[in-house]
Design a binder for this molecule. Structure first.
Ligand code: NDP
Ligand code: 8X3
Length: 261
């Protein structure tokens, strides 16, 4: 592979919004061919209208294992020889503490962020190995490293993404396949609207006043990792807004109970 972005064929899951859409646009603007996957077909069609022959549309729910298994098998050339897979489709649902969380929401996050990401990888990776090159870029999160109240299952799915990425590296060291876990902090996309059940005001309030990352910031980082010389692999790339940092330890003091022993 050269470092010329126009030589790339990129699969982006979750290309209908946020990081995925910005990443698809960034690569297509640079002349790459891009397979855009996601559930909202009208949004996929907008990308097709914008970039024409550089874009191939694949309507796909990554939770549908059978559909994922065939989705990337009969792509027309040159889309059938992807050089980069951006495993971006994902979501957080709710911010309740674990005792109050909705089990269906937990399951949906695991099915999408863990099983969906693994299923797409399983479908695309063998072709990359056969062709002798490829790059898998997984969207993790700072939530996979730093716990916070209400992050319970969402953060755990992103911890999976982190460790899965490193374990892929261990398996693929002799196959000329790169693997990168991109782990952003707070970024203003539709992410919080989805998390808060389409409550746009609550989502907007979350992003107010601190300069959250943008979709373009994250797309820039993904593009950077993908267009480095083939001999360079970024294992993990963590980024945050300058005005975001980590929560401290929490201590609950209860005067009615002696918990000193
Ligand atoms: P958005 O909500 O803007 O975009 C999420 C994308 O995922 C959409 O294109 C959506 O497409 C797609 N998606 C969700 N569920 C499915 C599914 N079952 N099948 C196929 N596609 C699906 O959020 P972001 O761009 O912010 O999030 C992208 C990724 O980045 C996620 O994995 C998220 O966890 C992660 N992330 C986000 C951060 C943030 O603060 N925004 C920070 C760190 C990581 P559609 O609904 O059309 O199917
Ligand atoms: C999204 C970042 O901190 O809102 O993965 O969970 S955070």
């Amino acid at each position: 592979m050269t470092t010329n972005p126009a030589d790339h064929v990129v699969i982006v899951t979750g290309a209908t919004s946020g990081f995925g859409r910005a990443t698809a646009q960034k690569f297509a603007k640079a002349g790459a061919h891009v397979v855009v996957a996601g559930r909202r077909e009208d949004r996929l069609a907008e990308l097709k209208d914008e970039f024409g022959d550089l874009v191939h549309v694949v309507p796909l729910d990554v939770r549908d294992n059978a559909a994922v298994a065939v989705a990337f098998t009969d792509l027309p050339p040159p889309f059938n020889a992807p050089t980069v897979l951006v495993n971006n489709a994902g979501l957080a649902l709710g911010l309740e503490t674990a005792d109050k969380a909705d089990l269906e929401e937990w399951t949906r996050m695991i099915d999408t962020n863990v099983t969906g990401l693994a299923t797409v990888t399983h479908a695309v990776l063998p072709g990359m190995v056969d062709r002798g090159h490829g790059h898998i870029i997984n969207l993790g999160s700072v939530a996979g490293t730093y716990p916070y109240p209400g992050g319970n299952v969402y953060g755990a799915t992103k911890a999976f993404v982190h460790q899965f990425s490193l374990n892929l590296r261990a398996d693929l060291v002799d196959k000329n396949i790169r693997v990168t876990s991109v782990e952003p902090g707070a970024a203003e996309t539709e992410f919080s609207e989805v998390r808060f059940g389409n409550d746009k005001a609550k989502a907007a309030a979350f992003y107010e006043g601190f300069g959250a990352l943008s979709s373009d910031d994250v797309a820039e980082v993904i593009f950077f990792a993908a267009t480095l010389p083939e001999s360079v692999n970024i294992n993990v790339l963590e980024l945050m807004p300058t005005a975001q940092a980590f929560a401290g330890y929490s201590v609950h003091r209860d005067s009615s109970a002696d918990r000193s022993r």
